[in-house]
Design a protein around this ligand. Structure first.
Ligand code: CAA
Length: 245
């Protein structure tokens, strides 16, 4: 089913694995010209491209100049990026007592500064086009907090505030900016949580299970539709009822 009057180029950071992959696959199905970004795992990215036929580009979303350069290259190869999904993210969990400055900064740079870098790289093109859809992927942990994640929670809460400011700035130009806040989804990131800790977390999810990437992707697909133009500055929580916010 095509959702668009015009085929648009949609760029999904962290798009070759986990939730990002789910988003890429659904946007492709909906008729977008999808491009994925990835940070480091070239083997997974090759597998992804051969299985989905979606091109994947490598760069570091924490690097401002790298984002500018990659968006220019992608736009020249695939058309202007007017749909951006800021999904790339990492965890470096540890209690405040044990967390190093480097682990604090790495998560802030990759999960929060990246949203600035990527949105800035795409913003002027969206202004020119008088159309833009930005969806930032936050987390239930940015809403509710999580033991052992001061870095991640700060970044994911930051993304929500930033999205609301961007939504106000983009409104007059046909640019919408929204946030999706997933709960615990069955991805490699969540699988890295110690089993005994994860078991306890799953017990706090009323639906009684982890989410699936496709259950996050469909909200993103909804927000980037042409006719979702009155939805901006909103946050959609998808967490199986774990945190009602
Ligand atoms: N509330 C209160 N106390 C807690 C607690 C909690 N939620 N979790 C652990 N503790 C307590 C433990 O009971 C333990 O207490 P005792 O020493 O008295 O037994 C103490 O804190 C230390 O716990 P750990 O042994 O687990 O400490 P650690 O230093 O080995 O590990 C940790 C700490 C790395 C934070 C580990 O608990 C952990 O990995 N937690 C999971 C964090 C998490 O949920 N990350 C999400 C990753 S996925 C993601 O982020 C995606 C998304 O968007 C949802």
């Amino acid at each position: 089913m095509a959702d668009n009057n015009k085929q648009r180029t949609a760029l999904v950071t962290g798009g070759t694995r986990g939730i990002g992959r789910g988003i890429c696959e659904l946007l492709k199905e909906r008729g977008f010209n999808v491009v994925a970004g990835y940070g480091g795992d070239a083997r997974k990215a090759e597998e992804f491209t051969s299985e989905t036929q979606i091109p994947a580009y490598q760069w570091d979303v924490a690097d401002f100049n790298g984002c500018q350069k990659s968006v220019e290259e992608i736009s020249s190869n695939h058309g202007p990026v007017t749909v951006l999904v800021n999904n790339a993210g990492i965890t470096k969990d540890g209690t405040l007592k044990k967390m190093t400055y480097d682990n604090w900064m790495a998560v802030i740079q990759t999960n929060l500064t990246s949203v600035f870098n990527m949105s800035k790289a795409c913003w002027d093109g969206m202004l020119e086009d008088k159309f833009g859809r930005i969806v930032n992927i936050s987390s239930v942990n940015g809403q509710a907090g999580q033991y052992g994640q001061v870095n991640y929670c700060a970044a994911k809460a930051g993304v929500i505030g930033m999205g609301k400011a961007m939504a106000q700035e983009g409104a007059r130009y046909g640019i919408t900016v929204n946030t999706v806040a997933p709960g615990y989804v069955a991805t490699e990131m969540v699988a890295a949580v110690p089993e005994n800790v994860l078991e306890k977390i799953v017990k706090t999810i009323p639906v009684g299970r982890l989410g699936d990437s496709s259950e996050i992707a469909h909200a993103v697909a909804y927000l980037v539709r042409e006719d979702s133009k009155f939805i901006s500055g909103s946050t959609i929580s998808i967490n199986g009822g774990q945190h009602m916010y």
